[in-house]
Design a binder for this molecule. Sequence first.
Ligand SMILES: Nc1ncnc2c1ncn2[C@@H]1O[C@H](COP(=O)(O)OP(=O)(O)OP(=O)(O)O)[C@@H](O)[C@H]1O
Ligand SMILES: [Mg+2]
Length: 295
Amino acid sequence: MALSLNNAGPVLRIKTPDRKPIIAYEKMKEMLIDDGLFDYDEILTDDVARSVCIFKKEGIKFVMKLGNHEPRGDTTKFNLLKNEDKVYLHLYNKLGLEYQKYFPAIIDSGSSNEKFYYIIMEFIDGITLYDYVNESYKKNTVRSKIEVYTILLNLTKALEVMYSTGIVHGDLSVENVMIEKDRSVKLIDFEKSSKDIKLAVNTVGSTRLNINRQDSEGIGYFFLVLKLLSVINSRNTALIKGIKNIIEDCEQSGNCVNVYAECVQLIRGVLTSNNSKTKRNKRVGGGGRTIKATR
Ligand SMILES: Nc1ncnc2c1ncn2[C@@H]1O[C@H](COP(=O)(O)OP(=O)(O)OP(=O)(O)O)[C@@H](O)[C@H]1O
Ligand SMILES: [Mg+2]
């Protein structure tokens, strides 16, 4: 509040915060079209609540995220998208082509006269980890071990690559991991990501470790590991314990530099051993001996 003096004595004047007018989602889209920054042949889905739109242009699908000055916690969606854009730029600058596959390609981004922020990116033809796990629960289907371990390996590799650039995701949830048909994984939603976040509980590990929970709350790498492994029939407790140990070591020592690389090594070992077990079973007509996972 500011105090001003006039003839009638001191008067309290409420200082209105410097608030920019909030533009609604549809209006933002219209303004981008008027500015020649957005053009589409067909809108496929419009998630107004999230300000995310999937559209088609010349037969290709794209995703557009829009952010206005609406408060989001202690910031705004505008600032979150600006941060996300900066993080993508950092990842692409730091990584070679072979590692960029773990993130969607950014087609265009920027602000429309500082009124709102937009990011147009590659459409990932896949489903979120949330949908993958939920589909299994709903249809009561058991996924193959090889498939699930491959997805886990790809997820962990994506995190290893991301972390090699110094970035911590900060919002690692089942909705921010996309799985493609060939089981490759792409990380999305870098709104809260930063180089200044420390890898710790809730970024690598999670306080919610109950694998039997059917909901999809919780964040952190370990939570995703548990969610993913819950869709296979027999739980590989050695793998879960192994990953837990690696995470606990990093959290206790405060040295997490190799946390994802170590998990990649562990998962790769389990996958290789399962692959050869499957091949051996096929050769002997399905009656092969069970072999222990080796590292
Ligand atoms: N590049 C993409 N390709 C395909 N689908 C995407 C892509 N980006 C986002 N999505 C879908 O849109 C959803 C929301 O996107 P995103 O996670 O980036 O926004 P958000 O910040 O979580 O939105 P909010 O915080 O408002 O809920 C994702 O969970 C995913 O289903
Ligand atoms: Mg998200």
